[in-house]
Design a protein around this ligand. Structure first.
Ligand SMILES: Nc1nc2c(ncn2[C@@H]2O[C@H](COP(=O)(O)OP(=O)(O)OP(=O)(O)O)[C@@H](O)[C@H]2O)c(=O)[nH]1
Ligand SMILES: Nc1nc2c(ncn2[C@@H]2O[C@H](COP(=O)(O)OP(=O)(O)OP(=O)(O)O)[C@@H](O)[C@H]2O)c(=O)[nH]1
Ligand SMILES: [Mg+2]
Ligand SMILES: [Mg+2]
Lengths: 291, 279
């Protein structure tokens, strides 16, 4: 882990003097390497390492703690601060039914996440309603309808083929069903597909969501920044769900996306079942990225 | 970097960053830059075009230089292709595309809905089979995957299929119980058809970062992977991690997915890949 990697760098420095630019520089190269291995975007890694340098250089070497560990603490604290800060819950307040749009790249975990959010809402005493607004992917609507039925949630089963129409009718049905939160599952799409990004803007204009969640695959690499920047620019989003975090991907995308867009990670997907959703903990994420 | 006539220190950093943002990872990026620096030392005063041409050659060479075909010769019986990978990578869609391609070449193709777990997985594959105009074998929802695959192979033999494409449920390589299930599926295939599976294709999401190496390692150790399918290369991700995988595990990329339509499947060409990564 990072601690042991930095021990070699500071071999000569135990218990005396100050962390100098020279001995910190070598540590920073190791830190940058570790961040890249963890899939942090290379520009974000560069910025981050600069911030660590500013905080670490000139620090007195503390007694009883290895200088390498001291630098790791600076790195960890800096990362927790970058990842955390604001309380990160979705905005589901407002006159019911409150619409929540769920968007993202193909296969990131949106449909599954909608079922998870419905379970999460039910536990909080809310009445969720699911709308399968993906008419493109084969059996996508079947998938959400089956998930809804398996978990006891109301779901829109109308025949419309246009996503905007599905959402409009879905919202009307949600009112009739006395639901108070509507989860709109959209089709996976590329951030560079202008036509499909425009479609999302039309959905947004139609349902006026209180929350747009960007669902991102936890194993995503450097593309995390392209995706987040484009979704922010072309649509806008209020929170991120990082999925498949029950695997061993380090999840550097969390730092990249937060750093570049300022949007908080709100949940982690941690399994295939509809109960596998956790609130996001900045300190746990920092430990995972720096492992 | 292009459009400069001479090459300076800053350009090496730009090339390293080009590679890093293509998901090659730090180790491969450093190796390539070191290799280029060594080569350029012999050229006297290199220009950007020369360095980039060398860069592309280095990338293509690292990926085997030439396209590698699928092994679809089943001898007396059908050739079996087992398709595996983590959740949402693009397995089911890739099978649909491959079925259409092979069927278009005049082969008798059968697809087997080996994902008996995920909601609407069998229905999804059934739509693709219909689009590709090939028959499909499904089991009941929740049935044992190995049993369905066995039935599928039986059906393929009876029908005289040339190729059997087996879909499996997505699974994270960290879940040992699920990896065991996949090993059982492989054993069933080996038992029913000696020599099978003729291909074990690991589908990777083109946006995946360094975790793809671990996926290839673990799936490779348990199943023996014969080729990679790199899906979703029609986005902005470059899939450079396949160089790290080739370097460590020597597994070739055989196919790439470039969209969500039936025809969006291409042979992997190392030179074209290099061109896209370092234009
Ligand atoms: N292990 C694990 N698997 C997940 C998680 N979230 C989703 N999945 C799986 O990932 C795969 C893709 O999930 P979907 O919900 O279909 O993804 P999607 O974003 O709706 O896909 P498209 O609609 O095609 O864009 C499925 O196999 C899910 O079961 C997670 O947190 N952990
Ligand atoms: N843009 C693009 N999308 C793709 C490509 N291949 C697959 N997809 C999409 O990615 C999503 C997931 O594809 P699936 O075929 O369901 O993936 P899978 O690996 O079978 O997923 P699980 O069975 O849930 O593990 C779907 O929305 C596909 O349309 C590709 O090459 N390009
Ligand atoms: Mg979906
Ligand atoms: Mg599938």
């Amino acid at each position: 882990d990072l601690s042991s990697r930095l021990e070699g760098v500071f071999k000569s420095l135990r218990g005396r003097g100050v962390l100098t630019e020279d001995n910190v520089r070598e540590a920073l190269r190791e830190i940058r390497r570790a961040l890249l291995e963890a899939d942090v975007h290379y520009k974000v890694a560069k910025d981050f390492v600069k911030r660590v340098e500013e905080r670490a250089v000139g620090q007195e070497v503390l007694k009883g703690i290895h200088p390498g560990q001291q630098v790791v603490k600076v790195v960890h604290d800096e990362m927790v601060q970058l990842l955390g800060g604001t309380v990160a819950e979705p905005n589901i307040t407002g006159s019911p039914p409150v619409p929540v749009m769920v968007v993202g790249l193909q296969g990131s975990g949106k449909t599954t996440t909608c079922a998870k959010l419905a379970n999460w809402l039910k536990k909080k005493g809310r009445r969720p309603y699911l709308v399968p607004a993906d008419p493109y992917r084969p059996a996508a609507r079947d998938q959400l309808i089956k998930l809804a039925q398996a978990n006891g949630h109301a779901v829109y089963e109308g025949p419309e083929e246009d996503p905007v129409e599905i959402c409009r009718r879905g919202m009307q049905e949600a009112v009739r069903a006395a639901a108070d939160v509507v989860l709109l599952d959209t089709a996976g799409r590329l951030h560079v597909d202008d036509e499909l990004m425009e479609e999302l803007r039309q959905v947004r204009a139609t349902v006026k969501p209180h929350e747009i969640l960007l669902v991102v695959d936890g194993m995503i690499g450097q593309d995390s920044v392209n995706v987040a920047e484009q979704f922010r620019e072309k649509l806008g989003f209020d929170g991120v769900v990082l999925t498949k975090m029950d695997g061993d991907a380090r999840g550097g995308a969390a730092l990249s996306i937060r750093h570049v867009t300022g949007v908080p990670i709100k949940f982690l997907g941690v399994g295939e079942s509809a109960d596998a959703l956790e609130p996001f903990h900045p300190d746990r994420m920092a430990s995972r990225i720096l492992n | 970097v292009k459009g400069r006539s001479s090459f300076d220190e800053g350009m090496w950093e730009e090339i390293e960053e080009l590679l890093l943002r293509s998901d090659t990872g730090a180790a491969v990026a450093e190796e390539i830059v070191d290799e280029l620096r060594l080569a350029s030392g012999r050229w006297g005063k290199p220009d950007a075009e020369q360095v980039f041409s060398q860069l592309r050659e280095s990338i293509a060479t690292r990926l085997g230089g030439e396209p590698v075909p699928l092994q679809l010769d089943g001898g007396e019986g059908p050739a079996v292709v087992l398709v595996i990978g983590v959740n949402g990578a693009g397995k089911t869609t890739s099978i649909g595309k491959l079925a259409a391609r092979l069927s278009g070449e005049g082969k008798r193709v059968l697809v087997v809905a080996g994902d008996t777990y995920r909601m609407a997985a069998m229905e999804q594959l059934a739509v693709w089979a219909d689009r590709a105009d090939v028959p499909i074998v499904k089991g009941k929802e929740g049935a044992d995957a190995a049993a369905v695959v066995w039935d599928g192979l039986e059906a393929g033999v009876r029908r005289g299929s040339d190729v059997i494409l087996v879909d499996t449920a997505g699974r994270l390589h960290t879940k040992s119980g699920l990896m065991d299930e996949l090993v059982k599926v492989r054993r069933v295939i080996e038992k029913r058809l000696p020599g099978a599976p003729h291909e074990v294709l690991l589908v990777l999401d083109g946006t995946t970062g360094q975790n793809a190496i671990q996926q290839a390692r673990v799936f490779g150790e348990s199943l023996g992977v014969t080729g990679l399918v790199l899906a979703k290369l029609d986005g902005t991700a470059k899939g450079g991690v396949v160089m790290a995988i080739r370097r460590e595990l020597d597994v070739p990329v055989k196919l790439i997915g470039v969209g969500e339509k039936l025809e969006d499947l291409q042979d992997f060409d190392p030179a074209a890949f290099a061109e896209a990564l370092a234009p």
